[in-house]
Design a protein around this ligand. Structure first.
Ligand code: FES
Length: 91
């Protein structure tokens, strides 16, 4: 059985998705992006601020983008802390 090549997608801290491996990137109309010259990996915007979407153009740094995984982890920690303190006293 032929093994498929591994594609790695890494969420960079407060930055883009770095996709490494043999990929085809296709837009909503079915057009394939020309990835020639991109090297082994591409960085895909996940902050929504890039002017070269779907690619990252570094705007995430300028707008102070924070990756959701960190926000979710902080929200989870806050929820755990609230639960450990127990119910709030009645006003
Ligand atoms: S993640 Fe880099 S510009 Fe959006």
């Amino acid at each position: 059985m032929e093994q498929r090549p591994i594609v790695e997608i890494k969420a960079r801290r407060d930055g883009p998705y770095k996709v490494t491996g043999p990929i085809r990137l296709i837009d909503a109309d079915g057009n394939e992006y020309d990835l020639a010259g991109q090297g082994e990996s591409v960085a895909l915007c996940r902050c929504g601020g890039s002017s070269t979407k779907p690619f990252c153009d570094g705007t995430h740094s300028k707008i102070g983008f924070r990756g959701a995984e960190r926000a979710v982890a902080e929200a989870d920690a806050a929820a755990r802390a609230r639960r450990s303190r127990g119910p709030r006293p009645a006003d």
